[in-house]
Design a protein around this ligand. Sequence first.
Ligand code: SF4
Ligand code: SF4
Length: 350
Amino acid sequence: MAPVLTLLRSGHPLADPREQLAQLDRANAGLPFAARVAQCQAGPLRAGGLEVLQVNVGRVCNQTCRHCHVDAGPDRTETMSGTVANACLELLARGPFTTLDITGGAPEMNPQFRPLVERGYALGKRVIDRCNLTILEAPGYADLAEFLARHQVEVVASLPCYLEQNVDRQRGDRVFDRSLAALRRLNALGYGQPGSGLTLTLVFNPGGASLPPPQQKLEADYRRELRARYGIEFTRLFTITNMPISRFLEDLLSQGRLAEYLQKLVDAFNPATVDALMCRSTLSVDWQGRLFDCDFNQMLDLPVSPGEPATVFDLTTAALESFARRPIQTAQHCYGCTAGAGSSCGGSLE
Ligand code: SF4
Ligand code: SF4
């Protein structure tokens, strides 16, 4: 299998988010998302609160998965500094957030990861690590699983199939084996075991240009197969729709399937998902401290609406209340969140 390079490293035009947005517009599928949403509710899409502070600490990763929406990889260098991480923690402490959600790249590779976890835990927040599993088996991270358990971090881990071939095709050679080793280690610490209080969530995304199957049914399949084949236990499964951006967008374009996939998302628009869209309750921060309505908008360089505080340093306590009702920035990729049963960092929306 040919190694996957980041779009940035290979000099691909799609490394520029403006080119990604232009491609989505050119595919010309359906009404503008904002207009479609306005048809099913009074007025534009607005945030409904500030529950989750999702901090993306950078694009460095030990893997280079085929469909990564971050264009992460070992050659990326973007890394959150201590100054920005401290500003995020200060915002977490004074804002109404219940949850600190840490993502990347492989967030554990960032020197700020452990201070973020320790402080989030000390503040009594629910702390989530969006973990690729293989990092738990990488040299230099031998104590990481114990560290996560000690701070009751919820591990949300990608495992797009319970079959080796499918995982390795999407995420790289030997990723499945190393993921199983990490899952066994997490299970041994109590993760995914009833009554332990240690939550292990697995994340499924389709291998190609299709919508995910129903979450509940797939969770039952995963539980049965992972238990029978490998003795692995987990708490729950999230299904996530592939967002037509970054490396998945590149894949769609190279197969000439972008228009078809976008149309599939548009045709599957489900008004019942709109209230629960994650941008309505999440604030996303990038490695430089800039603010976005979600991680996908972050990758497309679509910041929060003009006139709103632009960075974690600008979001004063006085501004929090109105900011929690800010209008959301949308574009055609948003149809990925409203298709079928809906999709978010918390799985399906129905
Ligand atoms: S592990 Fe996650 S962040 Fe890293 S390349 Fe894969 S999808 Fe991207
Ligand atoms: S892509 Fe982001 S802004 Fe658009 S609907 Fe999904 S969560 Fe909301």
